[in-house]
Design a protein around this ligand. Structure first.
Ligand SMILES: CC(C)(COP(=O)(O)OP(=O)(O)OC[C@H]1O[C@@H](n2cnc3c(N)ncnc32)[C@H](O)[C@@H]1OP(=O)(O)O)[C@@H](O)C(=O)NCCC(=O)NCCS
Length: 151
């Protein structure tokens, strides 16, 4: 499955499907149409997705920041119908490759401590917790700051 799946950059025509996927995955903390449009056109962002038979199955947004040693994973979402088959792992591997291409040594991210699938995913993929932000999300959960060395 992973081997056959293609990753490509998001385009403006993808916006409606991305918005739908975003709402399915993130409920009250989802990006708006404007935020998604901005991210998909922003020069300092990589907005990458996977697609199967015309259906967008997953996406990842990576942010480069000036003078930062980290490439930030700003969002990662997999369609509920396509979970458990390695798509998140595939997109994280691509993020690691991009970081190395940019000469960046870390992947970084923030994740809710309540988001067990995501925390398990990141730990399994070699990310470590290096900080916390208390009561960071609307549901009161703290954010875990995680990073992985790639370079
Ligand atoms: C978290 C999420 C991205 C995982 O995507 P996925 O494509 O299903 O994950 P993968 O199939 O690549 O799983 C890779 C590893 O992650 C871990 N993992 C994934 N889902 C898990 C779950 N529900 N429970 C525990 N571990 C899980 C496993 O270790 C898995 O390895 P394995 O298949 O060998 O057991 C997906 O559930 C999702 O989109 N959730 C909603 C959005 C979200 O929370 N995004 C992250 C915000 S920071």
């Amino acid at each position: 499955m992973e081997g056959a799946t293609q990753i490509r950059q998001a385009r403006s025509q993808d916006l409606e499907q991305l918005l739908h996927l975003e709402e399915l995955c993130f409920n009250e903390e989802s990006f708006s149409r404007q935020q998604l449009r901005y991210l998909s056109t922003r020069a300092k962002a990589d907005f990458l997705l996977t697609e199967e038979a015309g259906e967008i199955t997953a996406f990842i947004v990576l942010l480069k920041r000036k003078n930062s040693s980290g490439l930030r994973i700003y969002s990662l979402a997999v369609s509920p119908r396509h979970r458990g088959k390695g798509l998140a792992r595939l997109l994280l591997a691509e993020a690691g490759k991009r970081a190395q291409t940019y000469g960046i040594s870390y992947l970084t991210l923030e994740v809710s401590a309540f988001n067990e699938p995501a925390v398990c995913l990141y730990k399994q993929q070699g990310f470590e917790v290096f900080g916390e932000r208390p009561a960071y999300y609307k549901n009161g959960s703290k954010a875990l700051l995680m990073r992985k060395k790639v370079g």
